[in-house]
Design a protein around this ligand. Structure first.
Ligand code: THU
Length: 130
């Protein structure tokens, strides 16, 4: 199983692939599946700004397209003063696929959260869900 340090390194590599001509803000992600596979993600922007995909959701989509739907941990990295956190939309998508742990990293270090901390009661009650 990849260590958090290995996932952080994978996320920095993914960040190099970011398509961010509008914001020039590159974000990378690495998603650890329960079966040990690691899936990369980077942000993919669009001239119609609202169509932009965040790195976190690109990683989820990459994994799902590969036939993988169970995940343990997501790492997100950016070259910022404070480690960035996933936007609200991404938190909901991470919850959909049961991501348990989210690691936020910048060049200086990392902080780990449970997804429950970042998005409590993500789907409680919706369609009688948990
Ligand atoms: N972005 C991400 O990819 N993930 C985040 O957690 C925050 C923001 C992207 C979206 C957009 O391409 C750029 O960063 C600026 O918001």
């Amino acid at each position: 199983m990849a260590t958090t340090e290995e996932l952080i390194a994978a996320a920095w590599q993914a960040r190099d692939k970011a398509y961010a001509p509008y914001s020039s803000f590159q974000v990378g992600a690495a998603l650890l599946a329960s079966n040990g596979q690691v899936f990369p993600g980077c942000n993919v922007e669009n001239i119609s700004y609202g169509l932009t995909n965040c790195a976190e959701r690109v990683a989820i989509g990459t994994a799902v397209a590969a036939g993988v739907q169970n995940f343990d941990k997501l790492v997100v990295v950016a070259d910022t003063a404070e480690p960035i956190s996933p936007c609200g939309a991404c938190r909901q998508v991470l919850a959909e696929f049961g991501v348990k742990t989210v690691v936020l990293a910048n060049r200086a270090g990392s902080i780990e959260f449970s997804l429950e901390e970042l998005l409590p009661r993500a789907s409680t009650g919706i369609l009688d869900g948990p």
